[in-house]
Design a binder for this molecule. Structure first.
Ligand code: PLP
Length: 378
């Protein structure tokens, strides 16, 4: 099917909606809505009679996620509730020693701050490095010392949209025996990601942003070699080697990433997420990322023409992502945001400015219309 036909079919958004908010919560593709309807329908007719087929769907989803990040094995993929939960699993799992430090950036979303700050109770320092520099990667590396146990960073920052060179940080981590954790929710589904080149130990991302899935189901990747360094804090029937043997009195956690999944899977989410990822795979990450970067570059070029506008995002080409955030001199950005929302330009108020985040299916005419609305209200 031709790409524009596919887009028209899969994104029947209301004509009057200008959706520039994929960095928050994305609309579902039609196939995702259909998968949910079919799953609901099946449940009402035959209950869980086809549970084996559901499990196959769950395995297929792990395979889709494995391919998306080029993980070595399907066993490296766990399905958790959300990004925040996965970050907490890592932060609470490391066997910290007093005096250890964790290095991060000063642009992180709260979910990539609070779990690490909470380790202060164990005498662990959390260092938040200013990355508004020419080389954010070098700034992070320079903040490390012999007591650094872990670096945690977002692949793309939620407010500024700043993209970092993960490979550079990953290489530094692996040659210095430092764990590497990547909050990838603002890039998976928007930009290519190869966990093996990045050399990350842990990667997490919920489905509901660039992967076009539902809220409440997340990828949690853990590298086989370092997975067992994480102490477990949640326990149940689903995480054991002898899964399905409910009579056994003792238990052993499986070595796979499933050791982090204590109980029943989110089967509704599994069906929806698998449908969303099937669209991402059909279009292909190369084309998706190219179109998103083109859309953001188009936005940057046109926003630049607005008098008094300054970018909160780095517009440096190597740091561009699906996010562009800006401020307009003399205008109240909270008010501007409310007016945009009233006019159905769906966007966010972040980092003191307006955040636009178009996806690959966002046509240039929709961007033009959104810019016209912006011009008419400022
Ligand atoms: C960078 C980043 N990390 C984490 C989160 C929170 O994700 P979740 O709701 O899946 O825990 C967000 C949400 O906006 C985010 O932008």
């Amino acid at each position: 099917m031709l790409i524009h036909q596919l887009i028209t079919q899969e994104f029947p958004l209301d004509e009057n909606i200008f959706y520039l908010n994929h960095a928050a919560v994305s609309p579902w593709p039609l196939r995702t809505a259909n998968a949910v309807k079919e799953f609901a329908e099946e449940n009402t007719r035959v209950g869980a009679r086809n549970y084996l087929a559901w499990q196959k769907k769950e395995i297929a989803l792990r395979g889709q996620l494995q391919r998306l990040i080029n993980a070595p094995s399907i066993d490296d993929i766990a399905l958790l509730k959300n990004t925040s939960e996965a970050l907490s699993v890592v932060a609470e799992g490391v066997n910290w020693q007093p005096g250890d430090n964790i290095v991060s950036s000063n642009e992180e979303f709260p979910s990539n701050r609070f779990p690490w700050l909470a380790q202060a109770k164990k005498g662990v320092e959390f260092r938040e490095v200013d990355i508004a520099t020419e080389s954010p990667e070098q700034a992070v590396i320079d903040a490390c010392d012999q007591n650094t146990r872990l670096i945690t960073i977002s692949s793309v920052q939620f407010g500024t949209g700043r993209r970092v060179d993960l490979e550079m940080i990953g290489e530094f981590c692996s040659s210095n025996n430092i764990l590497f954790c990547v909050d990838a929710i603002q890039s998976l589904g928007a930009l290519p990601f190869d966990v093996q080149s990045v050399n990350a130990d842990f990667v997490m991302a919920d489905a509901h942003k660039w992967m076009l899935g539902p809220e409440g189901i997340a990828l949690f990747y853990s590298k086989a070699a370092t997975r067992n360094l994480l102490e477990l804090h949640q326990f149940g029937w689903h995480m054991v080697i002898d899964i399905g043997n409910y009579d056994v009195k003792d238990w052993q956690a499986t070595d796979t990433a499933q050791r982090f999944e204590c109980g029943s899977p989110n089967m509704l989410g599994v069906h929806a997420f698998a449908a969303s990822l099937s669209l991402i795979e059909e279009v292909g990450m190369k084309d998706i990322s190219k179109t998103i970067i083109n859309n953001v570059s188009y936005l940057i070029d046109n926003l630049r023409k607005i008098k008094g506008l300054s970018f909160i995002s780095s517009v440096e080409k190597s740091q561009r992502s699906g996010i562009v955030t800006f401020n307009i001199e003399g205008k109240n950005m909270a008010d501007t945001h409310s007016k945009l929302i009233k006019n159905n330009v769906i966007c966010a108020h972040r980092s003191g400015g307006i955040r636009f985040s178009p996806h690959f299916y966002t046509g240039q005419n929709r961007i033009d219309e959104s810019l016209n609305i912006l011009l008419s209200i400022i």
